[in-house]
Write a protein that binds this ligand. Sequence first.
Ligand code: FE2
Length: 258
Amino acid sequence: MNSMFGISWKTNILKSDLLLGMTDLHAHLLPGVDDGIQTWDEAQRAVDWLYALGTRRVYLTPHVMEELGNTAASLRERFDEWQARISGPMHFRLAAEYMLDNGFARQRKEGLLTLDERHLLVETSYMAPPMDLEGILYDLQTDGYELILAHPERYMYMDDEQYDRLRDCGIQFQLNLMSLAGTYGRLPQMKATRLLDAGAYCYVGSDFHRQEAYASSLQRLYFNKRRHDALVRLFINTQRLWTGDGRYTLYNERINAD
Ligand SMILES: [Fe+2]
């Protein structure tokens, strides 16, 4: 028996092996471009803290939505600055989290920031889907994109039938760790638990905006052995996306790998 689950068979994520060597698919660390981190100092502090927790690779995924004015070009410029200013051994790649809103068609024309040339992280409003959501997704897939839907558990309008339909269409789901802790409320927490138990997720991310919120979420995140094992799969998939060749290492090997 794994001692980590010892007497109660429930463990806190900070006492588990999951975060050691983590590849984070979703983070708002690039400062001053969205509602995430705002200053370079705050960014450096967050990076150092995440590294101490075990994170080793982070996809920076700033929001791209109509009201923000970010573009692939402006974010690339900001990322050049990031690489010059942020120090330490953490690995970073620039991607984005695309809101499927009225400005998306123009972003697409100008070129999209993907995770690895193919995989694209997308979101919708929490309250209502864009008109013809499935048509937009199908159209992107036809263009060769592999679609990752950010935090499906947070969309109030989505029901089980729609989750199933999206998965049948080959849309991959990314879990926000904070959803499991109840940070976004009871409904997203219940949906996240159900989708995790159903094996519906492929990837995992922090959706980091503020260190305090993430830290207190992690402190409240407990799971049993079965859910731990379900989460392991997501951490492995996320690392495989980064390496691009199916390679992964686990736990302390992961942390020592680079
Ligand atoms: Fe996000």
